[in-house]
Design a protein around this ligand. Structure first.
Ligand code: SF4
Length: 283
C-alpha cells in the first residue's frame, strides 16, 4: 500500500510516464504534475536542483497519444474512481488544486510545446477540471524567444493559466552561481516581460544561503532595483514568490547550501511589497 503524503514526491507513484500526483501542503490538495522531461534533461543546472541524474539537454519527443490517454485515465480515476481512497488522502485534501507543468528539466524545451499545452488544456477542460483548478507552467523562461513557446503561453492564457517564471538573482554573478545558465540577465528579463505580456506571470525566486553568505545586500538591492524598474515602466508583472530550499539538492554543491530563515524571507518580502508587488513566501 502506498500512502501519498506531502513528503512523497515520487514521480512514478501512479505508474504513469508523464503524470505524477503530489499531495501539496502548500496548495492544500492534489497537484497533478506533468513531466515532459522524462530524460532528466535541462538546459540549466541550478545548484539546488532536485532532479536525479540531471543532464544538460532538452525534453525528448512527446508521445501525444500516451499523454492524452494518461491524462484522461488519471482525471477519471481521481474524479470518478477510488484514487483518493487507494492513497488514503484526507477528506479535506480531496480536491484538484492545480495542473502543474513542472518536469525533471525545462518543460519549454519540448518540441511542439504549444501543441502539448493545447492538449492538456482541452482534456482538463473536457473533464471539468479547468477552469476551476489552476493551470500552471513552471519554467526558467530561457526559451521564450521561441515561437512555439510564445504560442504555448498564449494558449495557456486562453485556458486561464499562469506562468511561474524563475529568476533567482538579478546579478550576473548570482545567476552564474545559482543557475549555471549561459543566458544573460538582460535576456532573462526581456523574456520575463514578454511572458507577462502573453500570460499572467509570477516571478519565482529561490533564495538560499550559499557558503554561509546569507542573503547579501548586493543580491537584495539588485533584485529590488530590477523590480522597481519593472514597476516604473508599468509592466504586467504583479506577483513575486519567494522561497528557500526545502529538500536536499542533488547537485554537487548540496553541502554548501542552507535554507534561509523565515524571518529573512519575510523581511525581504516586506521590502518588495513596498514597491507595490504582491509577495508570497513559501517554505
Ligand atoms: S531550471 Fe529547474 S530543472 Fe532545470 S536545473 Fe534549474 S531547478 Fe533543475
Amino acid at each position: 500500500m502506498t500512502i501519498l503524503t506531502t513528503t512523497n514526491h515520487s514521480r512514478d507513484i501512479a505508474g504513469l510516464k508523464y503524470l505524477y500526483p503530489v499531495l501539496s501542503r502548500r496548495a492544500g490538495g492534489l497537484s497533478i504534475g506533468i513531466n515532459f522531461n522524462t530524460n532528466n534533461a535541462c538546459n540549466w543546472r541550478c545548484v539546488y536542483c532536485q532532479v536525479p541524474d540531471l543532464k544538460i539537454g532538452t525534453a525528448p519527443d512527446l508521445d501525444f497519444q500516451l499523454l492524452e490517454e494518461e491524462l484522461r485515465f488519471f482525471l477519471d480515476d481521481v474524479l470518478n474512481g477510488d484514487f483518493y481512497q487507494r492513497f488514503h488522502v484526507d477528506d479535506d485534501k480531496r480536491v484538484i488544486k492545480d495542473i502543474a507543468i513542472s518536469g525533471n528539466g525545462e518543460p519549454t524545451s519540448l518540441k511542439d510545446f504549444d501543441r502539448a499545452i493545447a492538449l492538456i488544456g482541452k482534456v482538463a477542460t473536457e473533464a471539468g477540471v479547468l477552469p476551476q483548478s489552476h493551470f500552471v507552467l513552471i519554467t526558467n523562461g530561457s526559451l521564450l524567444h521561441r515561437p512555439a513557446v510564445q504560442n504555448g503561453l498564449k494558449i495557456l492564457n486562453e485556458y486561464g493559466g499562469e506562468v511561474w517564471f524563475k529568476l533567482d538573482s538579478a546579478t550576473e554573478e548570482g545567476r552564474s552561481l545559482m543557475n549555471n545558465a549561459g543566458q544573460s540577465l538582460q535576456a532573462s528579463v526581456d523574456n520575463l516581460l514578454l511572458s507577462a505580456k502573453l500570460c499572467p506571470t509570477k516571478l519565482q525566486t529561490c533564495l538560499l544561503d550559499f557558503d554561509k553568505q546569507g542573503l547579501s545586500s548586493k543580491e537584495k538591492d539588485a533584485l529590488l532595483e530590477l523590480l522597481k524598474s519593472i514597476k516604473t515602466k508599468g509592466y504586467a508583472l504583479k506577483h513575486v514568490m519567494l522561497y528557500t530550499i526545502a529538500r536536499q539538492s542533488l547537485q554537487p554543491e548540496s553541502g554548501r547550501l542552507e535554507r534561509l530563515s523565515m524571518e529573512t524571507l519575510n523581511a525581504f518580502a516586506e521590502e518588495i511589497r513596498l514597491l507595490g508587488f504582491e509577495v508570497s513566501v513559501c517554505v
